[in-house]
Design a protein around this ligand. Structure first.
Ligand SMILES: [Fe+2]
Length: 193
């Protein structure tokens, strides 16, 4: 039987220990950041990622869902120059770590008065330089976008819950329309040694 890549198993073990010890998802995410940084620095994982399939078309590779604590681990594989849409993840906490390639990690804020649930005016407030090893923690309802760089890029994502059925927001900065709907399709995927 094939065995999970050791670096990924160690990350899962560390995150499970943190989730057992802490109950607040924000505190859990902050505590798991060093473990994510260690995972992103792992040469065997970077090597393995070269073979991963593209996740274009609103897909995530689903590497793991914890049976006790609900957290999930995803990977995404972006094509060069990908234009990521602007979105939030509803009630879910997200830790996004760039593994290979470069991406722009954009953050937005709402500048409307929240009076209409179908309308949201958003403004770009920062662009983070997503280089390999960069980790970005996205709190519930935070509006953001990941834009692809000039080459293929990959990222590992730790989420407080598995996406898919959870409703999340998609924002159109041209029309100010906001739409709530299910998250990216979750494609089960094993990362083995
Ligand atoms: Fe996101």
């Amino acid at each position: 039987m094939s065995r999970r890549l050791q670096a990924l198993q160690e990350f899962i073990d560390e995150v499970r220990a943190i989730w057992s010890r802490e109950s607040d998802n924000g505190i859990r995410m902050a505590a798991a950041k060093p473990a994510m940084e260690k995972l992103l620095a792992d040469a065997s994982l970077r090597k393995a990622s070269e073979e991963w399939p593209s996740t274009e078309g609103r897909k995530n590779l689903l590497l793991y869902v914890d049976p006790d604590h609900e957290f999930a681990i995803n990977a995404v594989v972006r094509v060069p120059g990908r234009k990521g849409n602007i979105h939030d993840h509803g009630p879910v906490w997200v830790m996004y770590g760039v593994l290979t390639g470069t991406e722009s990690l954009e953050r937005y804020e709402r500048i409307d008065d929240l009076s209409d649930e179908n309308v949201a005016q958003v403004k770009l407030i920062s662009i983070g330089n997503g280089v390999p090893g960069k980790v970005d923690i996205v709190a519930p309802m935070d509006i953001h976008s990941e834009k692809g760089g000039p080459t293929r890029s990959t990222a590992i994502i730790l989420r407080s819950a598995r996406l898919g059925e959870i409703m999340q927001g998609q924002y159109d900065p041209l029309t100010n329309a906001v739409r709530r709907g299910p998250g990216p399709a979750q494609i089960p995927f094993e990362v083995n040694a």
